[in-house]
Write a protein that binds this ligand. Sequence first.
Ligand code: HEC
Length: 142
Amino acid sequence: MKINSLATAVTTACLAACSQLMPKLSPHHEVDFVSEVRPILELRCLECHNRHYSFAGLNLETQKTAMKGGRSGAVILPGAPDQSLLYKVLHLGHENPVAMPPTPERLEREHAHLLHDWIQQGAKWPEGVHLVPPQEWKNRQS
Ligand code: HEC
């Protein structure tokens, strides 16, 4: 009897501790736009989606232009990555002209996952953060 209740107490304590640990261990951590999403977009997408070269009408430099989307309308639907063109184009086959990026190398899986989770978590884009296309990195201020 005593051993039983001790076991129950230990299990309960562990469950409490483990549930506190869970958010940290979960792969779905809170994605940080500036340190995690911005570098992927700048490195792989901004070259062709900026204010000078906005292929398909899409300029990803600012939150305003990114949320406005391209010729197909909005490409980021906060909370709905699977319906967001910005995420969907990452998985198109290369026979499709809208497969992004259009180079033979696809985004690394973990980068695609980050974009997925970022959109899922509401596509937060902190006020005033402005992405810089690679062509302008040498003049970068921030
Ligand atoms: C080398 C240039 C280039 C790069 C790099 C590039 N794109 Fe594109 N993007 C294009 C072109 C060109 C189109 C139009 C394709 C077509 O329909 O023929 C396009 C179209 C799109 C569209 C469709 C927009 C609409 O409204 O129809 C999305 C979304 C998109 N790109 C997202 C991305 C993302 C995300 C990245 C980075 C992972 C990226 N692109 C990288 C050139 C590029």
